[in-house]
Write a protein that binds this ligand. Sequence first.
Ligand code: F6P
Length: 326
Amino acid sequence: MTMVKCIGILTSGGDAPGMNAAIRAVTRTALFRGIAVKGIYRGYKGLITNEIEDFNNQSVSNIIQRGGTILKTARSEEFRTPEGRKTAYDRLMEHGIDALVTIGGDGTLTGARIFAQEYNYPIVGLPGTIDNDLYGTDTTIGFDTALNTIMECVDKIRDTATSHDRLFFIEVMGREAGFLALNGAIASGAEAAIVPEISMEKDQLAEMIETGFRKSKSSSIVLVTEGDITGGAMGIAERMKIEYPQFDVRVSILGHLQRGGSPTAQDRILATRMGVAAIDAIQDDQRNVMIGVQNDNIVYVPFSKAIKNIKKINPDLINTLETVSH
Ligand code: F6P
């Protein structure tokens, strides 16, 4: 067991509900085990510009229920450069920080991996993103809350869809991953989901219309993942206007409201377990790993795997949606 005396903690990339619960768990676990904690504000950017503060138990009181991140977050261009990373390393040394816990998505882990290799420095990552697109973990901190938000929004939009006999395309986030759209569609009883993973293989819109998905219904809701691969909800609606003008189509883009709000119980518990596990990992000499959860067990996933491998959507969920939406 390495003697770690002080850890730094930061959040980076897009905020996600449950990040605060993770910050709290990491801080409380470290302090309980006699390790000092420094909070680093605004991600790697704040590390470079020296926005670093001593954390105690009170620093993380009353935050488990809050969305966003008390540490604030940013996307740092400077950390992408060798000079920026050198300054970051100097700061860690100045503050006596022996190891780092970083909470964020793909970009955060990529930065951590490069830095850890360059300076042979111990970093443990926690998967914090609503997208759920990190390989090696069944779910990420923030995904469940975002899904619940999507479900509530779709429930509301359905009132208008039914009253007006309309077809709604609702755009959700997810970057290049369809987890929010597919799971959100099942949870909200939507008729279909158009996701990037399948858009590459087949024309989901044409297939949907051809199989007569709307025959027995006067209104329909389809969830669409944002971005160029699917064309987004606007892109799909444009196609509908030209190819299937008989439909009364409307678009709703949920946007950043999907990232906000108080985390669900599931996200708070996940974040808390992962936060404790991050300190276990550091004390256990694990370096450059992401904490994941697989079949309800905590696992260590090397950064290289979590970043490089693509997490696949579960074909069983696609079949489930198709089966129940007929
Ligand atoms: O990664 C989280 C996420 O919300 C994605 O779903 C989305 O594409 C992106 O961040 C939006 O980023 P920004 O808040 O910088 O517009």
